[in-house]
Design a protein around this ligand. Sequence first.
Ligand SMILES: [Zn+2]
Length: 223
Amino acid sequence: MTESQVGRVRPDEERAWEALVATARRTVADGLVVGTSGNVSVRVGDTVLVTPSGVPYDRLTPDDVTGVGLDGRQVRGTLVPTSELPMHLAVYRTTDARAVVHTHAVHATAVSLLVPELPPVHYMTAELGGPVRVAPYAAYGTDELARNMLAALTDRSGCLLRNHGTITYGASLDQAYDRTAQLEWMCRLWLTASSVPGHTPSLLTEGQLAEATERLRGYGRRT
Ligand SMILES: [Zn+2]
């Protein structure tokens, strides 16, 4: 059992921390993050556990549990929470998210330089709530960036951040992670298809996207 200077870590928080560290390491192993350039958080009750700033994920131990309240006040651990805390907290304050993943994945970040919205190239667009928007640029770690992100997340579970990266949320760490991986894959798909000279990628229609949304929700499935 860990006793930090700030607050006693509960057993459910210890388990959540373990899963958070595993997810953070996965973003590096899967090439979505280089070094410590991304961050991951998970909500346990009204506490948000979050990766600390500047500590490589392979060095994080069970004693490094870092947590804040929804107001940003540190309630667990003594390491400094990620500088992107405003984005994470904004998501938890305004949605039912239980986990948030932020990365600088290369294809997604490349798309954020090119268009205001990722064209609907694949039905997995529906998994993120519809065509993925690009939030206007603001300096990292600022409330302005958090506001821009929230606007881009309207009715979506993920968005791109211009000249910066990705952010997705979900009901679990696995779901938030999978949405980031799918988003990066779709961005790579669009960049690949749109780089073929003399051809323009075909896009899904609104009707096709609506159909995919229904199928992903479980409607229209054959039994
Ligand atoms: Zn970032």
